[in-house]
Design a protein around this ligand. Structure first.
Ligand SMILES: [Zn+2]
Length: 449
């Protein structure tokens, strides 16, 4: 007897990028049947009118075992998240993996090992403006190698957060990623407003290390007037044989900790970033627009609060995500209820709604492929991204007309409002969302490569 049957739905065949009418059977965490006739099971779900898609894979997040961001991810259809991004990962991945396995989690988790905060701090290099010396680089490379041998899915960089990191440092660690044929994800550094040199730096890294590069939350790095130039530069590099992919969220306004180098007053000045565009996303000043006094106060007394920088237009996002080498991502992280950036709850439904239904820039099949099989094959998640027998039963069932994000920026509404039109999400064969209600079931697994 099957555990679940999902009957009468429209299945997305991500391999051939087509929609097919099939009935799906689930047993013991796996998809076991794809049938032309309705299936019997302990529980049968009538998916008439719904799309049955592989669960979304979030190519760039900061869930890292934190429960509320895990819950909000599941509710937007994400069944697998890639964490440890922007140079910030759990200090000891072996321990992290073991803990997550012991307690279970709402969704599946893969992890990068992070350079700019985690590896640097692990070897005692806490000055973000200082380069690592030869010995320090060697020690970080050894730790990165260890993490990759323990199953980390790549090396992440947050160069914006460690302005002192040298090219030698980045190349040495990328070589470790290349040795394992894993992804190196990079939150690029930005030296000045609309700076594009940072891209050439990363292509140098790709060329000299042989690493496969994933440029993180691309639209956050190069939105407004530079997005088309930046994309053209990426395409030129790809045409010269470099293995470069990008991920992007559905928002142009980005968020980070106010205590980081990003909000260093000197760098704000160099990057021509204006106080009037900064909105506090967490803590006692949530929703307030910044001025110099509040910035200095927050950096001193509330460095872990987040501030959103408002810029760009929706067209910047569309330009990025319509490219065949672009994957949708959230950049989500843990916030208290009612706080944060709408990316934590709205990204994937907004992606389907705007890219497919409203702008018609992607077909539904293409959009789903980019949110599932494309990241699965980029990272090497072999059992994910396809609805067929033998694959993990990670599924999202959504209404292709009603799917809609409800999350808003903190000065406009609730950043963690859950989306509409996603009644069922399955993680490893168990319902994480059932009848549009989050179940709290901990069927998610750790993905060790
Ligand atoms: Zn980042």
């Amino acid at each position: 007897m099957l555990d679940f049957a999902i009957n009468y739905g429209t299945v997305v065949d991500t391999q051939h990028r087509q929609l097919i009418k099939k009935h799906v059977g689930i047993l013991g965490g796996r998809i076991t049947e794809l049938s032309d006739t309705p299936l019997n099971a302990a529980r049968e779900i009538n998916a008439d009118g719904l799309i049955v898609s592989p669960g979304f894979i979030d190519a760039h997040g900061h869930v890292d075992g934190q429960p509320y961001s895990g819950e909000l991810s599941a509710c937007q259809g994400i069944t697998t998240t890639v964490g440890g991004n922007c140079g910030l990962s759990p200090m000891c991945l072996k321990t992290f993996f073991e803990e997550q396995e012991k307690h279970g989690f709402f969704i599946n988790q893969a992890e990068m090992v992070g350079h700019s905060f985690s590896l640097r701090h692990a070897i005692g290099l806490t000055d973000e403006y200082a380069p690592a010396d030869c010995t320090q680089i060697r020690r970080m490379a050894e730790l990165a190698d260890q993490a990759l041998s323990q199953g980390a899915c790549g090396v992440s960089f947050g160069l914006d957060y460690s302005p002192g990191a040298s090219l030698d440092e980045v190349i040495a660690l990328s070589k470790v990623g290349a040795k394992y044929n894993r992804v190196c994800s990079v939150h690029s550094r930005l030296f000045t407003e609309h700076d594009l040199y940072s891209l050439y730096e990363l292509f140098t890294v790709a060329k000299l290390s042989g690493a496969r590069m994933l440029l993180s939350h691309f639209v956050y790095q190069y939105c407004a007037s530079s997005v088309n130039d930046a994309l053209q530069i990426v395409e030129d590099a790809k045409s010269r044989g470099l293995d470069i992919m990008i991920d992007s969220g559905m928002y142009t306004s980005w968020s980070t900790y106010v205590g980081t180098a990003t909000y260093d007053p000197q760098l704000l000045h160099d990057n021509n970033l204006h106080y009037g565009n900064m909105v506090v996303a967490t803590g006692p000043y949530i929703g307030r627009t910044l001025d110099e006094e509040l910035l200095l106060n927050l950096r001193k007394n509330h460095p872990d609060d987040s501030v959103i920088y408002c810029e760009g237009t929706p067209g910047d996002v569309y330009e990025c995500l319509k490219r065949p080498y672009a994957m949708p991502s959230t950049d989500t992280g843990e916030y208290k209820k009612g706080e944060g950036h709408p990316q934590i709850a709205g990204s994937f439904p907004k992606y389907i709604k705007e890219m497919v239904l409203e702008q018609k820039l992607l077909s539904l099949e293409e959009a789903i492929f980019k949110a599932t099989l494309l990241p699965a094959s980029t990272f090497g998640f072999k059992d994910k991204g396809i609805v067929k027998p033998g694959m993990d039963a990670d599924l999202v069932l959504f209404d292709p007309v009603r799917i809609c994000d409800m999350a808003r920026f903190p000065h406009e509404g609730l950043p963690d409002a859950k989306p509409k039109g996603i009644p069922y999400v399955f993680v490893q064969g168990r319902p994480a969302v059932d009848g549009a209600v989050f179940t709290g079931e901990r069927s998610g697994r750790v993905i060790r490569l």
